[in-house]
Design a protein around this ligand. Structure first.
Ligand code: PLP
Length: 405
């Protein structure tokens, strides 16, 4: 037999499969609501004007070279990235107890965080991580890869198409002390359902009471509300309360730098001395995996975040994206409720936040949308708001209306 004959064929990635189906579809009505990337009102990828400007500045710099970055990344980038998520006035940053490492976007941050915990966290028994049910599918794969077993916590309530807060708190209460729990910092993927400020307070109470470790994943800072600070509020609140934590940060969505792989991992330690030991071990792990992170995207973001005028421009670009999405939520809601008088309640569409929405459509309704109306989405009824625009939103609302009747 051939040496690889025992390698089983893996199933294709679900999202990739949707995109392939969309591409092969010849209908001029087709709509792709599967993709997790921002699209403008013409359904096209959007290069942020601030990124174009920063690219020009970088490329005209005669001192630009292609040397290796330090193992833990470009210091001007990681320092600015830490201020962006933890706040410029963060006590943890002032106290020099934040370990920041540049990573291969948010996925790399999740991986490095998970790998570090698998090596050094004092797990209470079996190595486990609590993940929201449902969550970004890659979370399961990332933790399994480093030998940490995913366990679900209750999160989404299909009856209300909202948060099952009591179920969530109940799982946190009954989990063993010092459990590692992954939290979406904002714009929960795939549901679009975030806890309210009050609910975050209750969640933090249980974390402190049980000594749980918060593994924050922040892939959509600014992209959710249009405001970088507001979308960081849960993370900052947990730091303030003294919950032990780390944060995975991605610049894919909020800067439109998907393919450049710009991200960071920030671990808030109890003191400077612990931070130094942790940094040294992160550095060892990073060296064995990627040696040094990629330079281009980090240079762009360092330039933007450290130049006040560019920073202001970035904030405006973020508002453009977030508000187009918020407008589409309102438009879809209005069409379903007022124009089509679609059976059921649809206020979850405007209550949910960020790139994605759980519509409440079941898998057969989702499949019918694709088969009959050329509207592509995952079969859990999740739609990407970024795929909607002023030209197709009425057609999508009409399709939803037809499949639920
Ligand atoms: N975490 C969540 C919840 C996400 O939705 C994503 C992207 O879809 C990521 C992390 C990581 O994305 P990237 O590796 O492109 O930064």
């Amino acid at each position: 037999a051939h040496i690889w004959s025992q390698v089983p064929l893996a199933p294709p990635d679900a999202i990739f499969k949707i995109t392939a189906g969309y591409k092969a579809d010849t209908s001029d009505k087709k709509v792709n609501l599967g993709v997790g990337a921002y699209r403008d009102d013409d359904g096209k990828p959007w290069v942020l004007p601030v990124i174009k400007k920063a690219t020009q500045i970088l490329c005209n710099d005669p001192a630009l070279d292609h040397e290796y970055l330090p193992i833990t990344g470009l210091p001007e980038f990681t320092a600015a990235a830490a201020r962006l998520i933890l706040g410029a006035d963060s006590e943890a940053i002032k106290g020099k107890r934040v370990v920041s490492v540049q990573t291969i976007s948010g996925t790399g941050a999740n991986h490095l965080g998970a790998l570090f915990l698998s090596r050094f966290y004092a797990f209470n028994g079996e190595k486990r991580v609590y993940l929201s049910d449902p969550t970004w599918a890659n979370h399961h794969a990332i933790f399994k890869t480093v030998g940490i077993t995913p366990v679900n916590y209750k999160y989404y309530d299909p009856r209300t198409v909202g948060l099952d807060c009591d179920g969530f708190l109940g799982t946190l209460e009954s989990a063993p002390e010092r459990s590692v729990v992954l939290l979406h910092a904002c714009a929960h993927n795939p549901t679009g359902v975030d806890p309210t400020t009050e609910e975050w307070n209750k969640i933090a109470d249980v974390f402190l009471k049980k000594g749980h470790y918060a593994f924050f994943d922040c892939a959509y800072q600014g992209f959710a509300s249009g405001d970088l600070d507001r979308d960081a509020s849960a993370v900052r609140y947990f730091v303030q309360r003294g919950v032990p934590l780390l944060v995975c940060q991605s610049f894919a969505k909020n800067a439109g730098l998907y393919g450049e792989r710009v991200g960071a991992l920030h671990l808030v330690a109890e003191d400077t001395e612990a931070a130094e030991r942790i940094r040294s071990q992160m550095s060892v792990l990073q060296r064995s995996e990627i040696s040094n992170p990629p330079a281009h995207g980090a240079r762009l973001m360092a330039l933007i975040m450290n130049t006040p005028e560019l920073m202001d421009e970035w904030k405006r670009d973020i508002k453009t994206m977030a508000h187009r999405i918020i407008d589409m939520r309102e438009e879809l809601y209005k069409l379903l409720t007022n124009d089509f008088k679609t059976p059921g309640t649809w206020n979850h569409i405007t209550k949910q936040i960020g790139m994605f929405s759980f519509t409440g459509l079941n898998s057969s309704q989702s499949q019918t949308l694709t088969d009959k109306y050329h509207i592509y989405l995952t079969n859990n009824g999740r739609i990407s708001m970024a795929g909607l625009n002023t030209k197709n939103v009425r057609y999508v609302a009409e399709g939803i209306d037809k499949v639920v009747r």
